[in-house]
Design a protein around this ligand. Structure first.
Ligand SMILES: [Cu+2]
Length: 151
């Protein structure tokens, strides 16, 4: 029965799998894949593998907005720094809907921050500080004894 906790410890200690660079192909009038999960800082490469031009156009407002025309064979790499959900569309092959969404050649990128396996928990920090306080108290007591004349 002792093997089970050991196996769990090994599994917890395994480093997170490094994310492979994500490539989205624009082919057959669709983004493939059209639903991508990424972590903040990940780069996603969009490659036009079709024989007609497409665009990679952000369907959001703001500083990171992008619109890039990709001729056949062209590519563009976008880095997603902020967590969030991002909709990208091809301008000639998508259409705005009354509710503000888009139909047609559309891709969604979900940027999700991973839960850090190495972030210290509150009780670990507490134990660390308690240990440091004990060491400090022991040093203080030792110094006090050394300084006492005639001891
Ligand atoms: Cu297109």
């Amino acid at each position: 029965m002792r093997a089970l906790p050991m196996l769990l410890l090994v599994a917890l200690a395994m480093p997170a799998q490094a994310a492979a660079p994500v490539e989205v192909r624009l082919a057959g009038g669709v983004y493939a894949p059209n639903d991508v999960e990424a972590q903040p800082g990940d780069a996603i490469r969009f490659v036009n593998a079709d024989d007609v031009p497409h665009t990679v156009t952000s369907a959001w407002d703001g500083g990171a907005a992008v619109s890039k025309v990709l001729m056949p064979g062209d590519s563009v790499t976008l880095v997603f720094d902020q967590a969030g959900t991002y909709t990208l569309r091809c301008m000639p092959h998508s259409a705005a809907q009354p509710d503000g969404s888009y139909q047609g050649m559309v891709a969604t990128v979900h940027v999700v921050a991973p839960a850090s396996p190495h972030a210290p928990r509150a009780w670990e920090l507490g134990a660390l500080y308690a240990g440091l306080a004990l060491i400090g108290a022991a040093l203080f007591a030792w110094r006090a004894r050394q300084a006492r004349p005639g001891s």
